[in-house]
Design a protein around this ligand. Structure first.
Ligand code: FES
Length: 176
């Protein structure tokens, strides 16, 4: 899988090809936003221009397409920003890439941090999605059949404590 190297945070994070850069960062607890963005951001619609990242380096051979092409929103919103800046919410990760979050906030030792980040080569990683897990729908159908005959269910309502109301009284076969 592609690796995103977050220079400021000194972290490598794997993601699936095609994943949204902002979503990966949020999932991994990486702070994308400065104060303005933390106080209020558009939630990934490309409107608040607070989710800047600087593309520091892309994996060799993939320099042109480690991230998806700039969207029309980015072309409009990033007109007066450095060319290497992207909006994380608009960028899909296609290959390994090295990024600096909040590039508008300086690094005290930018060159040193970049040199350390570049010292370890970025793995491109496999770019295929992993094999699909066993079809969950099969288990639910099976559980649904059980629900009709299971004396432990009252009016089709689940008695299993972890079931939620939006599951419609259908329990997975394995009880999870
Ligand atoms: S989250 Fe608002 S522009 Fe990216």
């Amino acid at each position: 899988m592609p690796v995103i190297r977050f220079v400021r945070e000194q972290r490598d994070v794997e993601c699936f090809p095609g994943e949204n850069l902002r979503e990966v960062a949020l999932r991994e607890g990486i702070e994308l936003y400065g104060l303005k963005g933390r106080l209020g951001n558009c939630g990934g619609c490309g409107q608040c221009i607070t989710c800047f990242v600087e593309v520091v380096e892309e994996v060799e051979g993939g320099a042109a397409n480690a991230l998806s092409e700039q969207t029309s929103v980015e072309r409009l919103k990033l007109k007066r920003r450095p060319q290497a800046w992207r909006l994380a919410c608009q960028a899909l990760v296609q290959k390994s890439v090295m990024v600096l979050t909040r590039p508008q906030v300086g690094l005290s030792d930018r060159e040193g941090d970049l040199a350390r980040a570049r010292a370890q080569p970025l793995p491109q990683g496999p770019t295929d999605w992993p094999a699909a897990p066993p079809a969950a729908g099969d288990a639910e159908v099976k559980a649904g059949e059980d629900a009709e005959t299971d004396p432990g269910l009252e009016n089709g309502a689940p008695t299993f404590p972890s079931a939620t109301s939006d599951e419609g009284g259908v329990l997975p076969a394995d009880g999870r």
